[in-house]
Design a protein. Sequence first.
Lengths: 163, 163
Amino acid sequence: MPIKADLDAIDWKILRELQRDGRMTNVELSRRVGISAPPCLRRVKRLEETGIIRGYRALLNAPALGMDVVAFCLIGLHHQADAELKAFAERTRSWPIVRDAWMVSGESDFLLHCVTRDLSTFQSFVIEELTSTPNVDTVRTALTIRQVKDEGLVEISALNQTQ
Amino acid sequence: MPIKADLDAIDWKILRELQRDGRMTNVELSRRVGISAPPCLRRVKRLEETGIIRGYRALLNAPALGMDVVAFCLIGLHHQADAELKAFAERTRSWPIVRDAWMVSGESDFLLHCVTRDLSTFQSFVIEELTSTPNVDTVRTALTIRQVKDEGLVEISALNQTQ
DNA sequence: CGTGTTTGCGAAAGATTCTTGCGCAGCGGG
DNA sequence: CCCGCTGCGCAAGAATCTTTCGCAAACACG
């Protein structure tokens, strides 16, 4: 899976542009990276097929859609055997409130990124779902005030583009 | 900003589809939501112009691009006056390692989502940048083992689509 | 009830983009 | 030197995008 594909400067430019605007037309993309459309499309498809581009996603405005609460939950389990970790991971997938989740090492075992309509919905989730889930030991929550940075997942620097 | 736009069932379907595949053609999208292409395109543009769709982004495979470490940092500051919060928020934007960041309430003041090439790069960042930043009190880190869930930001349920 | 307004759908057509096939140039190995 | 490999770009047909326009349904109002 972690295939360190060898990408040239043009590939890095493509990734940077598509990370900023994933719906750009191939013609526009080809102009920005400095090649013609057909080889540009071939490169994009290759990046998609090799899994370097995992997909494309529209970014939505949660408050405008009536989702006013974004919060993170740090979960500590009583037992961290493989079966228990998998069981909790599976459970996170069944909670629509949890938008993405990570298994982590450190003081906690899981980090949950939650989005809900309002505070009482979130509180109900924590009390009635999270803390009452078997094997859950500690639940620490952090309500977000606002997002202060939002770049794509991967940094694409001038260094990458020229090496 | 939090304009609770009134969306009908078709709008919700559009949001769901574009959150799953933001690069879908308008013709394909119109087929999936059950209307013809022109009104579908008008709806998408309206969603973009009203800010409900904030943009589109390619999702990249970080390990395949040589970024093997994903971690979260919980930052506590000594002083939480408005000026200090803004100063730290601004500083997070200058760190390329920090991909997105949230101001939070709870035990910590900021949550940082970090992606680096390797562990030593991350450790250097924590020691040489984070802990040595003025006004930083506590730094707790959580190294991710793996992502166990990755949906879009907003839940789009059957309930939304029919109301 | 009738009329005017508003709203949104869908057909049609031209412009743009996508996609494929093919020829050509640069490069490294035999 | 020649050959195979790789990747670019031109060209052409297919698909899509985008605008324009007519139409029908919903609604307000007299």
